[in-house]
Every structure is written in structure tokens, then in C-alpha cells.
Design a protein around this ligand. Structure first.
Ligand SMILES: Nc1ncnc2c1ncn2[C@@H]1O[C@H](COP(=O)(O)OP(=O)(O)OP(=O)(O)O)[C@@H](O)[C@H]1O
Length: 363
């Protein structure tokens, strides 16, 4: 599911998993820490936590994985269980609306089992409070009855390891965050790492691909393995239908042009936003709502779906006076930036940026 309600359902470059992703991802997931590409720091830290727990013969501390969607949090949780030789139970915050739902899951865990709780920041408050005690004391109080006659029946739990995943670590209440013994921060992948992901997936999917083609796909994958795997599947279709199935750089580039994912990973919506900003508003500053009307989208869609990646890529900046394009944006669309900065040209003054990096109020 997309983290943004405003995201178009068929977006090829979304980091959220669609139905097809879910069906094939199981086959493409690395099973052991050594097969997991990139995230060197998290991998090393996690390997120490797991090795120490194995040596002591106890369940490791609870683990929190934070980072944007599609970077491998679910995969890592499965790897943790595999490395421990433990079973894994998978659920998510939104699926646990009542404390009773959580009590049912916790009380049925086997000793040493790994419980993966995706989107942990979206759990209900009562369930969250029950989780505090379960994480710390391996115990829950099940409330029976209502009102003054309600009684708390303590229930002992077997030791287990909670692996929580969140795209919004900042939204976790501190008491919950503090109960994790280890937090791994997942970063976007470097192009060379994504190339390795593409090669690995191509081998598993039986696709012949040359190194330049893997680089072509990696460069358009927005730092995200899930997107790399999805683009690879679309390129595979193209190579099979229009050619003999083998993927060269030229075939990969042509296939992704057909799907409107450009050399930098921008899709139709991203480019429409940039195009309007540059051609209609001379590079800005322009208000979000005006920009959204110009591209025929909701302001929310522009703000939540297109802008984060454009900002990350250094193509667009959000300023108190409105959105402005950077010199890189002009170059990316093959245009020449106007000579006079500030007049539809290149933003220069750093103080124009919102201090928290968030959305600055519009002019
Ligand atoms: N380091 C990696 N090496 C190889 N493949 C990876 C790696 N990380 C992720 N993948 C692949 O990317 C896909 C998405 O990974 P995963 O489902 O673990 O992401 P996620 O962070 O849990 O996403 P979400 O938050 O949306 O659930 C999987 O198919 C997985 O095989």
C-alpha cells in the first residue's frame, strides 16, 4: 500500500509494494545477511547483535528498523529470523486496532519467535501501551470485564524478539522507541549497490542482462531496490516481446522510455511538475496550489508524491516565497537557466529554505 493516499495507483516508480511486487518479492528476497546488498553499517551492527545473542543462547534485543519504503525492512526482519533459526510472525500496526488483537498474537508466540510489526507507528494507543510491558517484562495484562468490575489478568509470555519497522521514526512515542535495544537506520542505496541488486534479481528471474543495462536500470531506480526490481521486470517484458529476451543498455533505456521513467528516475508526474515550474513560471517562485492547478493534480499529490524526490534530487526547493527550480532542473529538462537569479532563475540564498527542511509557508 502506498504511504500516500494521493499517489496514483499505477505509478511505476512508487516505493510502495503493489500486488505484483508482493507476488514476486518473496522469490527475490535475500535470505541471509551475507546476501543482503548495501546498508553496510546496519548490516554490521545487526550481525553483532545476532551473533552475540546466538553465543549467549538468548533472544536478542528488540530491533527497530527505520527508513523509507522499499529499502528492505521486511527482508531484514526475515533475515533476522533466519539467522537465529527462529520462526517469524508478520503483522502490521494498522492490523492491530485493539489491545486484544495484540494479546492474541503475543500469547501465541513460540519461545524465541521473531514478531515483525510493520508500520509500528500506526498502532492504536491501547495496543501500544500493552506492547511496552510485553517488550520489557514479557508479560501482558489482559483486562477482563468493563467498568469498576474489570480485572487485569497477568499473562506470562515466552521471550521473543520484536522487529518493528517504521517509515516515520520521529512519530514513535519515546517510551516505545526506548524499548528497542537496537535501531537500524536504512539509507537510500547507491547506484553501484542497486546494480548488484539488479544483477542478483536478473539471475533469479533467469534474465540475461549486461552490466551497462544493469547500470541503466539502477540509475532510474530512485535509490530503492523495490523500484529496481520492478523496472527490471518491465524491461524484461520489453526485451522478450520486442527482442530475443536479452537485455542490453539500449534495450533497457528504450523500455524505460516507453514507461516514461527518465534517465534520473523521474516519471511523467515529476516531469510535469518541473516542466510547469520552468516553462510557465520561469523557475518560480510559485505557490504550491498554483503549481498543482497548472499540472492538473491535487496540491496534496504534488506535495507528497512528486516533490519529495525532486527535493532529494536537488531539482526543486521549497521556500517561504513558493517553489523554485534549481539550475539542475533547467539542465535536466534541456533548458538554459535564466541569467538573473531570483527572476525565474537559480535559487541562491540558503536563508530562503525552511529551517527544519519542511514545507515553508507559501507567499
Ligand atoms: N539489500 C537488498 N538486497 C537485495 N534485494 C533487496 C534489498 N533490499 C530490498 N530488496 C528487495 O526489495 C524488495 C522490497 O524489500 P522489502 O519488502 O524488504 O522493503 P521494505 O522496506 O520492507 O518496504 P515496505 O516498508 O514498503 O514494507 C524485495 O523484493 C527485496 O528482495
Amino acid at each position: 500500500m502506498s504511504p500516500y493516499d494521493s499517489e496514483p495507483a499505477d505509478r511505476l516508480v512508487t516505493a510502495a509494494a503493489d500486488g505484483e511486487d508482493q507476488a514476486v518479492e518473496a522469490a527475490l528476497r535475500p535470505r541471509l545477511l551475507d546476501e543482503f546488498i548495501g546498508q553496510e553499517r546496519v548490516r554490521e551492527q545487526l550481525s553483532l547483535v545476532l551473533q552475540a545473542a546466538r553465543q549467549r543462547g538468548t533472544a536478542p534485543d528488540h530491533v527497530l528498523l527505520s527508513g523509507p519504503p522499499g529499502l528492505g525492512k521486511t527482508t531484514l526482519s526475515m533475515i533476522i529470523a533466519a539467522e537465529l533459526g527462529a520462526p517469524i510472525r508478520i503483522t502490521s500496526g494498522p492490523a492491530i486496532q485493539h489491545a486484544g488483537d495484540l494479546a492474541a498474537i503475543l500469547s501465541s508466540l513460540a519461545e524465541g519467535e521473531v514478531l515483525f510489526l510493520d508500520e509500528i507507528h500506526r498502532m492504536s494507543r491501547p495496543a501500544e501501551e500493552m506492547l511496552y510491558m510485553a517488550m520489557e517484562d514479557f508479560r501482558v495484562d489482559v483486562i477482563v470485564g468493563k467498568g469498576p468490575g474489570a480485572t487485569a489478568i497477568p499473562l506470562e509470555l515466552p521471550p521473543f524478539t520484536l522487529v518493528g519497522a517504521t517509515t516515520r521514526a520521529g512519530l514513535l512515542p519515546p517510551p516505545l522507541r526506548d524499548r528497542f535495544g537496537f535501531t537500524g537506520h536504512m539509507e537510500f542505496y547507491a547506484p553501484a549497490e542497486l546494480e548488484r541488486v539488479v544483477h542478483r534479481s536478473a539471475a533469479l528471474l533467469d534474465v540475461r542482462i549486461d552490466p551497462a543495462a544493469a547500470a541503466e536500470i539502477a540509475g532510474r531506480s530512485r535509490g530503492t531496490p523495490r523500484i529496481a526490481n520492478r523496472l527490471l521486470r518491465r524491461v524484461r517484458d520489453y526485451a522478450q516481446v520486442r527482442h530475443d529476451g536479452a537485455v542490453t543498455a539500449e534495450i533497457a533505456a528504450r523500455a524505460l522510455d516507453v514507461y516514461e521513467v527518465d534517465a534520473r528516475g523521474l516519471d511523467r508526474l515529476d516531469r510535469a511538475v518541473l516542466d510547469a515550474l520552468l516553462r510557465l513560471f520561469g523557475g518560480g517562485p510559485v505557490g504550491l496550489s498554483t503549481l498543482a492547478v497548472a499540472v492538473g493534480e491535487e496540491a496534496e499529490t504534488v506535495e507528497e508524491v512528486a516533490e519529495p524526490f525532486l527535493v532529494r534530487e536537488g531539482l526543486l526547493a521549497r521556500t517561504p516565497r513558493g517553489r523554485i527550480a534549481t539550475a539542475a532542473a533547467w539542465r535536466h529538462l534541456g533548458l538554459v537557466p535564466p541569467a538573473q537569479p531570483g527572476r525565474g532563475g537559480v535559487p541562491a540564498q540558503p536563508e530562503l529554505f525552511a529551517p527544519d527542511g519542511g514545507v515553508a509557508p507559501e507567499a
